[in-house]
Design a protein around this ligand. Structure first.
Ligand SMILES: NC(=O)c1ccc[n+]([C@@H]2O[C@H](COP(=O)([O-])OP(=O)(O)OC[C@H]3O[C@@H](n4cnc5c(N)ncnc54)[C@H](OP(=O)(O)O)[C@@H]3O)[C@@H](O)[C@H]2O)c1
Length: 249
């Protein structure tokens, strides 16, 4: 299977590396052209590309960049993509400290529904609800009961299944998160978001949650204000996870 990854930062870079190690043909690109990704590609055994060519021949295209930047990806990328290629959105929208405001999302549209609308393709939302440290370091074999899990949401079942296989290959338990419109349930500060939960714990947290799309957004604002106090300014992984488990219910 051919995998294309746009964005080789903490999330995209880790996914690209894990999938290359698992034996997939991986191509990578960012905004800096083929020379901007060559060193990284050589290091992980992937192919360095520019944005025009990275998707050519891809079975899966993983978008791992800030949400607003997805709208600016070149038309040539989408023109070169096979209709059968599955597009994955790993992004989380953080207007408070990174992203320019997106009115549709601010008015209640699920983040990945917006992404789907701007790229003109169906997308699968995955890899967005584990912190970079967890994704890189806490993957485990399927037989481990303490294996961490993540939701995978999308409208097309075979496409979702293809992505769930990749989640498995990266060392995590994929859980069917339902359709894309419902993917607000895995957005920042929804129940179980970035909590390092197992499949059982993640299902429980969703089942016990009374959140709505509006309350998830309100919870995000509350969490951003509270996190420094709750961690006493020590943003170690353990401290952040402890705070997230209190906040993201
Ligand atoms: N960090 C986490 O713990 C975490 C967890 C889950 C999900 N996420 C989400 O996953 C996405 C990636 O996060 P990250 O932490 O990996 O970010 P990151 O480390 O900042 O990496 C972002 C990558 O996107 C590339 N990029 C930015 N603008 C681009 C553009 N216009 N065209 C092409 N490439 C572009 C950057 O490369 P250049 O700028 O050099 O092009 C870089 O390789 C974000 O939406 C984030 O919210 C993050």
């Amino acid at each position: 299977m051919n995998i294309a990854v746009i964005g080789i930062g903490q999330i995209g870079g880790t996914i690209a590396q894990k999938l290359a190690q698992a034996g997939y043909n991986v191509s990578v690109a960012n905004s800096k052209g083929v020379d901007g990704v060559r060193d990284f590609a050589d290091k992980i055994g992937a192919k360095a590309c520019d944005l025009d060519t990275v998707g050519v021949g891809a079975d899966v295209l993983i978008l791992s960049l800030p949400t607003p930047a997805i709208a600016d990806l070149p038309k040539s990328l989408w023109q070169g993509l096979s209709p059968d290629c599955v597009v994955v959105d790993t992004a989380n929208y953080y207007p408070e400290f990174r992203d320019k405001p997106i009115d549709e999302i601010d008015n209640g549209m699920a983040e990945s529904v917006w992404v789907s609308s701007v790229v003109g393709r169906d997308v699968v939302k995955a890899f967005n609800m584990l912190l970079a440290h967890s994704l890189a370091n806490l993957g485990k074999n399927p037989d481990r009961k303490d294996r961490l899990a993540m939701w995978v949401a999308g409208n097309d079942e075979p496409a979702k299944g293809r992505v769930m296989t990749l989640v498995e290959q990266c060392g995590f338990a994929p859980l069917d998160g339902g359709d894309l419109a419902g993917s607000w349930r895995q957005q920042p500060n929804s129940a179980g978001y970035c909590c390092d939960y197992t499949a059982h714990e993640l299902r429980q947290s969703r089942a016990n949650s009374t959140q709505t799309p509006t309350s998830v957004r309100q919870n995000r604002a509350y969490a951003i204000a509270e996190l420094p106090n709750m961690t006493e300014g020590d943003f170690s992984h353990e401290n952040v996870i402890r705070a997230n488990r209190i906040l993201n219910v």
